[in-house]
Design a binder for this molecule. Sequence first.
Ligand SMILES: Cc1ncc(COP(=O)(O)O)c(C=O)c1O
Length: 400
Amino acid sequence: MTKKTEGGPTRSVKPATRLVTGGRDPFAHHGYVNPPVYHASTLLHQSAEDYLAHRGRYQYGRKLTPTSEALAQAIADLEGPLCAGVALLPSGLAAAALALSSVLQAGDHALVTDNVYEPTRKFCDGILRRNGVTTTYYDPLIGADIAELMRPNTRAVYLESPGSLSFEVQDVPAIAAAAHAGGALVLMDNTWASPLYFRALEKGVDLAIQSGSKYIGGHSDLMLGTVSANHAAWRQVIDTVHGMGLCVGPDDMYFGLRGLRTLGVRLAQHYAAGLKVARWLEARPEVLRVLHPALESHPGHALWKRDYTGASGLFSIVLKPVPQAAVYVFIDELTLFGIGASWGGYESLVIPFDCIGVRTATRWSPGGPTVRFHIGLEDTDDLIGDLERGFAALAAARCT
Ligand SMILES: Cc1ncc(COP(=O)(O)O)c(C=O)c1O
């Protein structure tokens, strides 16, 4: 952001500053801090000639407005200099589906991580398969050995790191190098860390996907998805978005932009609070393991330390074996943790989960019942007190 000229910040400022300045040009809008929300479909031209020649920066509300431009620019600034463009989609799942559709066609093969978000797996097994694309799932911890799974027609390697239930940390640069050597593009769901804590494009990813419904929105009131692409992939992405007529409503784009401004402080708090609660859980006698990449005990900790600059508030635990009914008693007893799936808002969440039915390349055998937490912005003492009450209820349920 500059005082008088259009455009985003200079690239040299730090990410927290980019979150505040990206996509803003107050003096293009009478000095108001935030850009106006353009509710727009038709765009008028000054003359028939202008219309026929498609003159002007904007052509139609579906393709580009100052509102979509501001949000895409702000995210691009956060992704860094390798980002050639950011496509906005109506949900995170739409972003994953769009990214895959833009790089694959009939006859192609895709390699997809076995811990992928389940609806993305369904998209691969359903719509992609129907369109003539075959998918092979791979062990998320495969690293450079993915080279052995590459086929002459492998055009896409899809990662999700860490897995959003099971938290395996993938060796992104090693997988990306092997994929590129085999002629494939690399796609990654980067929702957990966001570009603030994991610079996907700089680690070899060509298309970085985010569910903006999570931390970008931050308030559990927004459906949004984004695909950030480098120069190798951007043309395919934006042509597919335009070809399919996809766009996001202006108020939702504004919510995304508004959420982005506070992403830095919110994520720092989710990170600190999440780690504090994770450490507390790790010391509990009822807990077998805590699946949080920032814990030294996590098998992916060294990779996390090498590649990430922070963690979000989402992690899981493996309980020592207890009847599943006792797990539900534990969860139902919690009053500060809502039972809900879509994380990244300001509130804490909890769900029971089991990956057995959604793995085909690896065996899910954690050693006990599994529970996922999202640590929100509440005071951690209150959250820990709530969990203590939950464990007391679990102990009582075991004895009955
Ligand atoms: C890792 C991950 N990716 C993508 C999505 C899909 O995002 P959305 O709910 O915005 O479609 C989710 C939603 O839970 C998710 O957890």
